[in-house]
Design a protein around this ligand. Sequence first.
Ligand code: C2E
Ligand code: CA
Ligand code: CA
Ligand code: CA
Length: 278
Amino acid sequence: LCRLKPGSHGSRSARGSSHPAFPEPSMDELTQALVLGQFEPFFQPKACLTNGTIHSAEALARWRHPQRGLVPPDSFIPLLEQHGLIDQLTEQIVQKTARAWQSWSAQGKQFEVSINLSLSSLSNPGYAARLIAILDHSGIAPRFIVFEVTESAAMSDVPHSLENLARLRMKGYGLSIDDYGTGYSSMQQLIRIPFSELKMDRSFVTAACKDNAQVLVLASSLALAKELRLDSVAEGIESASDWRLLRRLECRYAQGYLIGKPVPQAEFLDSVAGWSEA
Ligand code: C2E
Ligand code: CA
Ligand code: CA
Ligand code: CA
């Protein structure tokens, strides 16, 4: 929620270090990893709740570290943000995601792909133009790309952030509110920013799947999405009963371990082969 507040960075990255055997990576180490291209997107499928087809994939960053193995994003995203290196990561993820899309497309599969943007990037004027340039160069139609942004009260430079988001949307990319339902009430953001999708946070979904009283909360957010003509995605779908509940609540898409875990690009098509044709 408060990713942009300088004071919160330390605690967040300390929590995120899930490799106690290794010290927190230094700025030099992170810079070198960027130069060497050690970051890559894994892809996690999303399925359509009405017909069970695979509709899209989310690109989730991984660090292929020569000693540590695969490092999860919570261990390096906050540090990259803190050191002003996050834009370089995003560019590499966008580039590699574009290549993945082209490879699937060559095999006859055109999925929508979503890419996570860091809020701290959005205050740079001209940021949207840079992303647009990379994607234009790769020749992917904008309707196949969705940018996910975490809802937050801590949008540091509101005018520039809004301008960047509006530019991306005007170009035809989708814009998703990530982690919807985590604390901060985002009616304000919904009205100000031309979002196209609402993504229900896993904690929100899990609560509803475990506790009947929480179902109403999720149901009212889904009703809001419908009212605003936004697509809806539920994260953290882990069981058949989660699937049935979200389907009953008329959520459109589901993401979670039931459908598939994040996998490298080369394994993605095989990983969703059991699902019906899109
Ligand atoms: P997120 O965008 O909310 O992504 C969803 C996270 O939930 C992913 O963790 C995913 O692996 C995990 N997940 C998906 N389905 C399930 C499920 O059914 N059960 C459980 N328990 N977990 C599930 P991951 O890959 O570790 O990513 C963590 C966070 O790191 C992401 O949360 C996102 O905020 C951030 N992140 C990842 N890649 C990027 C990136 O390229 N750029 C930026 N700025 N942030 C990124
Ligand atoms: Ca996301
Ligand atoms: Ca999310
Ligand atoms: Ca989440």
